[in-house]
Design a protein around this ligand. Structure first.
Ligand SMILES: *Cc1c(COP(=O)(O)O)cnc(C)c1O
Length: 402
């Protein structure tokens, strides 16, 4: 079919033309003399996206899941206890990986649709007088349910209990799109992947380690080889990599980081909030449906999971959207399969791109028997977007007058 396929899943996200062009290059020698002049500033600028001055960036040729493995194996030892709230498929998988590595996993089973339970975390930490818990692991943005957790709040809980555990954060679907402050929030390990906020193809696991996490590395006994951070840092200090890096993706990363920093990280986050508020208006005001995220404080600005009415199969909506309207929507994962579909609204996005996804979802829902009025979601989102623009125009006008 001619025309674009509308990609409205929470990763991979839409790739800017500039990023694609930056990767349309001849393959190159990763041991060339001028490589350090490319690698060193790139790592420094990626650190700015994580908002860390003290942390070290390592980039593996892997997906985000490899970043998890690097986080765990470089900082922990077999039998170490880790505390991890599980409230969706991604936090569930991270806990599973910890089990596979022989860690003692203390799961806080949390209803899907809620975020990290700060009071429970604080209680568990306060009760752990012997400091058996070596790491607290939080999925910042649970992509399966569209839930964002309060990482600063988790840091406050750790500090309140004077607990020395490392704070590890899965930021795969938040870093480079939502507000993320590694240093301010005292995050020790932060994990990202290339195909979400960084607007690239999958293939880079991007991880930041705080000085405290790097110290933990000296005594951590889990086996690591491919994901050895010390090998990586030894090489990147000189501007090279211990094995063949995904050079083409790194060229793309250079461009995407430039685009993020040019727009400004605050504006990137604000844009995501604006776009998301229109999507949420479509879902709630327009369609009269519910988000999987049960309270506004947990609403994600990068992905919305929409609960379909009783008797409707969400997968049918996704199928029709793809086959009839060239629209890719995200499916419900695991526990919520068939019960929700997801609209990803992160990365290289604007209001009209969101409206395209809303319009297609609306048609596919009507085709699947969902009783919503045509244009109801689109109309609700349009009004939110128009109101934002009016407010922006008024602010610009006021500034000009001053
Ligand atoms: C996508 C995602 C992952 C997994 O990343 P892969 O690149 O698929 O390995 C992990 N955590 C979250 C929150 C994600 O959204």
């Amino acid at each position: 079919m001619p025309g674009f396929t509308t990609l409205a899943i929470p990763g991979p996200t839409n790739m800017p033309f500039e990023v694609r062009a930056a990767m349309d290059v001849a393959l190159e020698d990763h041991r060339s003399p001028d490589l350090p002049s490319f690698v060193r500033p790139l790592l420094a600028d990626v650190a700015r996206v994580f908002r860390t001055k003290d942390g070290q960036i390592v980039i593996f040729p892997s997906s985000g899941t490899g970043g998890w493995e690097a986080a765990i194996t470089n900082t922990l030892s077999p039998g170490d206890r880790v505390l991890i709230p599980v409230f969706g498929q991604f936090s569930h998988l991270w806990a599973d990986m910890c089990r596979h590595h022989g860690l003692d996993v203390d799961v806080i089973d949390t209803p899907w649709g809620e975020g990290a339970p700060l009071e429970v975390i604080a209680e568990r930490l306060a009760a752990d007088k012997a400091h058996k818990i070596k790491a607290v692991m939080i999925c910042h943005n649970e992509t399966a349910t569209g839930v964002t957790s309060d990482i600063a709040g988790v840091r406050t809980a750790l500090n309140g209990a004077k607990h020395p555990a490392l704070l590890m954060v899965d930021g795969v679907s938040s870093i480079a799109s939502l507000e993320f402050r590694m240093d301010d929030w005292g995050v020790d390990v932060a994990v990202a992947g290339s195909q979400k906020g960084f607007m690239l193809p999958a293939g880079l696991g991007i991880v930041a380690f705080s000085p405290k996490a790097l110290n933990a590395m000296a005594t951590a006994k889990l086996a690591r080889s491919f994901f050895s951070v010390s090998d990586m840092l030894k090489s990147t200090a000189g501007g090279y990599f211990p094995y063949t890096p995904a050079m083409t993706l790194l060229r793309g990363l250079r461009k995407s980081v430039d685009m993020l920093l040019d727009e400004g990280l605050d504006e990137v986050a604000n844009r995501h909030t604006r776009i998301a508020s229109g999507v949420r208006a479509a879902i709630t005001t327009g369609w009269g449906l519910k988000l999987c995220a049960v309270a506004p404080r947990w609403h994600s600005d990068t992905v919305s999971a929409i609960v379909v009415p009783e008797g409707i199969d969400a997968n049918n909506i996704i199928r029709i959207a793809a086959s009839d309207y060239q629209l890719s929507l995200g499916s419900g994962l695991s526990k919520v399969a068939g019960r929700v579909f997801r609209i990803g609204h992160l990365g290289w996005m604007n209001e009209l791109m969101a409206l395209q996804a809303i319009a297609g979802a609306e048609m596919a829902m009507r085709d699947s028997g969902v009783k919503i009025a045509p244009g109801s979601g689109v109309g609700a989102a349009q009004e939110v977007y128009r109101a934002h623009k009016r407010a922006q125009r008024a602010a610009t006008f006021k500034e000009a007058a001053e």
